[in-house]
Design a protein around this ligand. Structure first.
Ligand code: CUA
Length: 157
């Protein structure tokens, strides 16, 4: 083997070994350790999601004293519902999915930060103690009107 061939081999081997190692790490964490996108709880058929409970009736539901569930459906380029009203001190569970492409849900002032993937139902919780308006946004690029895809949580005193 010439010096040039050795040099070439020294580049080829890591360029195969590194992606192989990364792929193995990905498979081990995804399937072995069950690590996946945050908040995923179940699956739903995105073709019929708009007719499938609870997503056939997106909205805000009171489920207990100071406890609410928000069923949120994302599509290009809006959220249903766009406006969520809850009283201050509420504990809110968001149950959300997308019926077309990948969207995101980021609620300002909370740690809600989900990917909304067609077919996957995501869940996150937040407590709204301070009255005010909390903007929520789609944070996954989803097409030409992505930047208009927003809504607000209005926390009433
Ligand atoms: Cu939906 Cu960006």
């Amino acid at each position: 083997m010439t010096r040039d061939q050795l040099f070439e081999l020294a580049w080829i081997l890591p360029s195969v070994a590194i992606p192989t190692g990364m792929l193995v790490a990905l498979l081990v964490t995804a399937y072995g350790m069950g690590i996946h996108v945050p908040g995923q709880v179940s699956t739903v058929d995105p073709r019929t999601v708009a007719q499938t409970p609870p997503f056939d009736q997106p909205g805000v539901y009171q489920v207990g004293p100071n406890r609410f569930e928000v069923v949120l459906l994302a599509q290009i380029w809006f959220f249903q519902p766009r406006e969520i009203r809850v009283p201050a001190g509420s504990h809110v569970t968001f149950i959300a999915t997308s019926q077309d492409v990948v969207h995101g849900l980021r609620i300002r002032g909370t740690n809600v930060n989900l990917m909304l993937i067609p077919g996957q139902v995501s869940r996150a919780e937040a407590r709204f103690t301070e009255p005010g308006e909390y903007l929520f946004l789609c944070h996954e690029y989803c097409g030409v009107a992505h930047h208009t895809m927003a809504g607000r949580v209005i926390v009433e005193p």
